[in-house]
Write a new protein. Structure first.
Length: 256
């Protein structure tokens, strides 16, 4: 009796192992099929993209040239470029001429402020020529978009200085490629008392901050940097360690 039970148990064990093995093989085949499907899908997507870019023949050389011109803009692909060009073709001649004229005048007639290097319609921008601005404070930014962002806060009333980039050896951008010398030349004549660094919180931004700090060390001025911390509305658990650590170190007094 005991022998029969043992044999039955062994038999059941072999059947169980076979079932598990068959299940593993089935799962492996299913996984392989899923993986093959995704690889095939990725290949097809890539194939159709290449097909659209290189194999589609435009009915007009003028259309192709226009599409290629739009596609050369950052963030614009061939499909989007074609859609934009076809949209322009549906517009009236006057609308298309106004569009082309605005781009031509932008390139030919735009000015850069001789003081802060911001974009302007005149030799001196509206910020530098505004007598109500605090002329003793200078905010150093990377580009013109940063000026627009800070102005949108309506919390800053000083002047600006646009560097035109940040130091990035990987991109071949050095101090001589930026408006750092002109920044130094503004300190004494304009009686600047404080320089605020408002550059990106990146390695390149910090490198630029340190370089400018060394360049301005000869002047008796206050050098500050915009605060870095947890963004409004963010949860602490989703905040990176560096940002959270800086927020704790640069904590401020709580006021009602």
């Amino acid at each position: 009796m005991a022998r029969f039970e043992l044999t039955t148990s062994c038999s059941q064990s072999r059947h169980s192992n076979r079932a598990e093995l068959h299940l593993d093989i089935s799962l492996s085949k299913a996984s392989a099929k899923v993986l093959h499907f995704f690889e095939t899908t990725k290949f097809l997507n890539h194939f159709f993209l290449v097909f659209f870019i290189f194999m589609v023949e435009f009915p007009s050389i003028l259309l192709e040239n226009a599409v290629n011109s739009f596609a050369s803009l950052p963030g614009i692909g061939q499909k989007t470029a074609l859609r934009l060009v076809l949209h322009l073709l549906r517009q009236s001649n006057a609308e298309v001429e106004n569009f082309a004229t605005s781009l031509t005048k932008l390139k030919q007639e735009i000015h850069y402020c001789k003081y802060c290097h911001n974009i302007s319609d005149t030799e001196i921008c509206g910020i530098c020529s505004n007598p109500k601005r605090d002329r003793s404070t200078l905010c150093v930014v990377e580009n013109i978009r940063d000026v627009m962002s800070i102005e949108a806060t309506q919390q800053y009333n000083g002047l600006y200085h646009v560097l035109g980039g940040i130091i990035s050896p990987m991109d071949g951008i050095g101090p001589k490629d930026l408006q750092i010398d002109s920044l130094k030349q503004r300190i004494v004549p304009e009686n600047i008392k404080e320089v605020i660094f408002a550059l990106p919180a990146t390695m390149e931004g910090d490198t630029t901050n340190f370089y400018i700090f060394r360049q301005l060390s000869e002047f008796d001025i206050k050098i500050t940097m915009i605060a870095r911390g947890v963004a409004v509305g963010n949860e602490l658990e989703y905040t990176d360690e560096v940002t959270l650590g800086r927020s704790i170190l640069n904590r401020v007094a709580f006021n009602n």
